[in-house]
Ligand binder design. Structure first.
Ligand code: ZN
Ligand code: MN
Length: 446
């Protein structure tokens, strides 16, 4: 029995905006006291009017462009009606037939659409006074949520997991989201079914959507389980019955299996209709172009460039591009070293890359504290006679009196500029730490 796996992904990502999607409440709710980031709009009180967040629309379009989508110059918001306690309005403002972006392609996988909607509140199930209770926190309600939908182009669990990781890398590089799965900022819903060939006949197992997966590992396990379950089901039933509508299942981590949630689900069940309180969104070509110009160098391109330009291994390059701050700092340090008169060959590039790409790189720590010594080759011997070094230091001090004054007034970091000047004058033949200490001494005694 031969079979083929079809996996499609629906990925929800919370956008990193200051305010929520349709109101002015602050969006940085994580870890805050429940129900403190709320207002009549995000509580869904009757009569409250939503006003769309322009920034969220822009960020979504940027993602669409990075995913090579077509950007719709005319799009609109719709109401998706359903009842659930975390959705007080009784509907979610989403996008139905006219999403912001559609028909893209990323890493060889077709992107169906990218649209914008609002997140729901969060249910917390607890025991209080020996009773099971469900509490609702509306801080999350109304957070801008971007939904990316792929075609069922993924053929294996590994491929699906890799794709999710690359997507996470992409939105982080674009700076539109933190996409931390542990914090629920990125959730995914894989859709899985199989094509089975038996006695030269093709059979298709019913489509199953697995709800709200919040870790790469769970995604992997849930899809793996679902493939096995569908195969077994086929062998049991022969699948003569028609592969009908989509079934919804949930991943049960305790029991390590997917469990049935809902039998059938169709778009018609949601009775989508245009959101009457928000006018349609019209984008001019120049607005779309302007956003396109904001899309930075994408991770895939940057990895290749780092490998070619700096001779890094793929792994080292991937570690560096995990956050923008790392990648930027790496290149900044290299440029600094060049200013010191060092050639690319003279820089300890692999050590620098593994230091900035590694655990030791603490983002909260001042970046200036990255030791300059890392960019200088260990074996480089500083042959310059001491008198020559002192002479250069004196010269640099004489030529930069303004900066010397600043240092004396307490702006200590300005000394790095003078170190750079000494390195430049001596064509990198001085140990920068040595140069710094002589500079400090001279400035103190001057
Ligand atoms: Zn609000
Ligand atoms: Mn959605």
């Amino acid at each position: 029995m031969e079979f083929k796996v079809f996996i499609g992904l629906e990925i929800h990502i919370e956008l990193k905006t200051k305010a929520k999607m349709f109101c002015r409440c602050a969006a940085d709710y994580f870890g805050h006291e429940p129900n403190t980031h709320v207002c009549p709009v995000c509580l869904g009180l009757p009569g409250a009017l939503p006003v769309p967040n322009k920034k969220a629309i822009e960020l979504t379009i940027m993602v669409g462009q990075a995913l090579n989508c077509q950007i719709n110059s005319f799009s609109k918001f719709d109401r998706k009606n359903y009842f659930y306690p975390d959705l007080p309005k009784g509907y979610q403002i989403s996008q139905y037939d006219l999403p912001l972006c559609q028909k893209g392609e990323f890493e060889g996988i077709k992107i169906t659409r990218v649209h914008l909607e609002e997140d729901t509140g969060k249910l917390i199930h607890e025991i209080a006074n020996n009773q099971k209770v469900s509490l609702i926190d509306f801080n999350r309600s109304g957070i801008p949520l971007m939904e990316i939908v792929t075609e069922p182009d993924l053929r294996s669990t590994t491929q699906a997991k890799d794709f999710l990781k690359k997507l996470q890398q992409l939105v982080r590089c674009l700076g539109v989201a933190d996409a931390d799965m542990e914090k629920g900022q990125m959730r995914c819903e894989p859709t899985v079914n199989l094509e089975i060939v038996k006695n030269k006949r093709k059979y298709y197992t019913p489509l199953v959507e697995i709800k709200n997966i919040n870790s790469f590992r769970f995604a992997e396990k849930a899809i793996e389980y679902e493939i096995k379950r569908q195969l077994e089901e086929f062998e049991k039933t022969g699948l003569e019955k028609q592969a009908g509508n989509k079934t919804t299942r949930g991943w049960d981590e305790k029991r390590q299996k997917t469990v049935l949630q809902r039998e059938k689900e169709e778009a018609a069940d949601y009775r989508y209709f245009p959101e009457p309180d928000i006018p349609p969104i019209r984008l001019t070509d120049s607005q779309i172009k302007a956003l396109k110009s904001k899309v930075p160098e994408l991770p895939g391109v940057k990895i290749i460039r780092f490998m070619n330009q700096y001779g890094l291994s793929r792994e080292a390059a991937i570690n560096l591009i995990r956050t923008n701050i790392r990648a930027d700092e790496f290149e900044k340090k290299i440029n600094e070293a060049k200013k010191y008169g060092l050639s690319l060959q003279e820089i300890k590039i692999n050590e620098l890359a593994s230091w900035i790409g590694g655990k030791k790189f603490n983002q909260k720590k001042k970046l200036k504290e990255i030791p300059v010594i890392f960019i200088v080759r260990a074996k480089k011997d500083y042959k310059l006679p001491k008198e020559k070094v002192i002479k250069t230091v004196n010269l640099v001090i004489d030529n930069n009196q303004k900066i010397v004054e600043e240092i004396k007034k307490g702006k200590e970091t300005a000394i790095e500029f003078l170190v750079g000047q000494v390195m430049k004058e001596t064509k990198g033949q001085v140990d920068p730490n040595h140069a710094r200490s002589i500079l400090r001494e001279k400035i103190k005694s001057a």
